[in-house]
Ligand binder design. Sequence first.
Ligand code: FES
Length: 175
Amino acid sequence: MKAEHPQAVNEAPIDFSAHTMTEIQRVIDLFPAGKQKSAILRILHFVQEEFGWVSVGAMNRVAQILDIQPIEVYEVATFYTMFHLDPVGKNVLEVCRTGPCQLVGSDDIISYIEQTLDIKVGETSKDGMFTLKTVECLGACGYGPMLMCKYKFYEHLTKEKVNELLDAMRDASQS
Ligand code: FES
């Protein structure tokens, strides 16, 4: 019998939608027998697309599907900042805080977003509209300060651009 991670006992695996299960099986089938674990990153993306974040229950279900230990899923999900391990707002603002962006003012942008939304890094605004995260280099080092939201880059940020961006995201979320 497999040893269980303590959290695996505490949080029951959750079910995924039929669509997510179809996608998961499609990706698993791309790998040779016995190598299904290699599908883990793509599967975690499917899970996040369905729920908006990746809960322990969801990770436990992924472990069941791949027939691996839950800890193997936790290790991957916690390594990459792109996976949200807590519920997030409709828009997740991921601000790069690595050296080149820092040199051109990413700290000021992070502080300004914190003030404007009345949250700290890692928190979600009261209206559920925004979550602020900081991340390491996103590969747009010549265009800082920058942030990513929904896989889209927003570059050369200023306070004015941040205001415009937040307004546009509020409008888009209400329409
Ligand atoms: S340092 Fe910010 S994108 Fe590379």
